[in-house]
Design a protein around this ligand. Structure first.
Ligand SMILES: Nc1ncnc2c1ncn2[C@@H]1O[C@H](COP(=O)(O)OP(=O)(O)OP(=O)(O)O)[C@@H](O)[C@H]1O
Ligand SMILES: [Mg+2]
Length: 371
């Protein structure tokens, strides 16, 4: 990418989603993109998922999630990340609370709401049911976007082993809402135990006697109350999906320069395109770059004279190793460029030490937004 690097990709967007496989730097890049755009005058919210503790502290985020927190302007200024009218806001996702809020919003009445929220099955299932973190992240994104408080919302994504889980989350929720088991349990709630075969009924009775938990009843109650909200959930999942496909949304793929990570990213890119999601570009993070030594031959001679041979050899071998890895990364990146013909591709170098404070973020910002 030429002029403006990332700014060029992001400036006309309301929503940026940073996706990629585990541990590649999604949270770091999301925060950096948000900080960079805030420094360029936008009001930006970054919705983070499980940020490392020190990064959360650097952003001034409390332990509890789902709170919109503005990053103090003086902190940004000290890191050189201040901008005129810009504001940087951050939030950590609390998936459970987001789900509870959805129930509250969709419940037809207070009794249904309380029945679902206090139901032991709901508490057990609220993870499984929602495909949870993935879906709840999108749900929160939708809510923040709709609030109109931000020019841009940047969404970090959960550390799924398979980044595609994320794309499937809305349809998984719809499938659950429409599922036969949900219909079945709703019906059985009305009809009582009779709908179960005798065998199943007996199992539930034994369970009840053994544990004191009336599992069947809890299940039926839950599905009955939850089923009544199906329509609301289905509409919402569609709205969330529409937002992900909107023109003013873009997906950025974050990857490391390792062969396996790049293969994952290319696969994910294919799926994004197939499912009609807007793709903005690739960020290759933690690239090991060549260390160019001025007058390397002279340096080798000098080291040879200063140090004993084995020590000089170790220093030079370290340099060679480093450059060999850099060469490998560069070759992988070249291959990826060819593979994804016209996709914008940005690189961020491996920085020394983790990126856990605003100065570290500022270094990533400089790289991403470089012209
Ligand atoms: N360019 C970089 N240079 C050095 N360290 C980095 C760089 N980018 C990220 N890191 C570090 O790598 C670790 C993983 O980064 P991060 O948490 O952003 O990844 P992630 O993709 O969000 O991980 P997860 O999938 O677990 O959520 C962090 O400790 C972070 O500080
Ligand atoms: Mg992360």
């Amino acid at each position: 990418v030429s002029a403006g690097g990332l700014e060029h990709i992001v400036e006309s967007k309301d929503v940026v989603v940073c996706a990629g496989s585990g541990g590649v730097g999604k949270t770091t890049t999301s925060a950096a993109i948000a900080a960079g755009m805030a420094a360029r005058g936008s009001r930006v919210m970054v919705l983070t998922i499980d940020p490392a503790r020190r990064l959360a502290e650097a952003l001034g985020l409390p332990d509890a999630g789902n709170q919109e927190c503005r990053v103090a302007p003086d902190r940004l200024e000290r890191a050189g990340l201040d901008g005129d009218a810009g504001e940087l806001w951050a939030m950590t996702l609390d998936a459970k609370r987001t789900f509870d809020d959805l129930v509250v919003r969709n419940a037809p009445d207070a009794a249904t709401r309380d029945a679902v929220l206090s139901n032991p099955i709901y508490r057990q299932l609220s993870n499984a049911v929602a495909g949870s973190q993935e879906y709840m992240a999108m749900e929160k994104l939708h809510e923040l976007h709709e609030s109109g408080r931000y020019d841009l919302v940047v969404l970090d994504t959960p550390p799924t082993r398979n980044a595609l889980d994320f794309l499937d989350a809305p349809s998984r929720l719809v499938r659950f809402v429409d599922s036969r088991s949900l219909q079945f349990f709703r019906a059985s709630g009305r009809a009582g135990l009779g709908l179960f075969g005798r065998g199943a009924g007996a199992v539930f009775s034994v369970l009840k006697r053994a544990t004191g938990v009336d599992l069947l009843r809890d299940l039926a109650d839950f599905f009955n109350a939850f089923g009544g909200m199906a329509e609301g959930f289905r509409d919402r999942a569609r709205a969330v999906e529409d937002l992900l496909r909107a023109d003013r949304t873009t997906f950025l793929l974050v990857t490391s320069p390792r062969t396996a990570a790049i293969a994952d990213a290319e696969h994910f890119h294919g799926k994004l395109v197939d499912s009609g999601m807007p793709f903005g570009g690739v960020i290759v993070n933690r690239v090991r770059e060549r260390v160019e030594v001025d007058g390397e031959a002279a340096l080798r001679d000098e080291l040879g004279e200063l140090l004993d041979a084995s020590l000089a050899g170790k220093v030079l071998a370290g340099l060679d190793d480093r450059n060999r890895l850099a060469g490998r990364d560069a070759a992988n990146i070249d291959r990826m460029r060819r593979e994804m013909a016209d996709a914008p591709l940005l690189t961020v170098p491996e920085l020394s030490g983790d990126v856990h404070d605003l100065d570290g973020l500022a270094a990533v910002v400089r790289r991403l937004f470089a012209g």
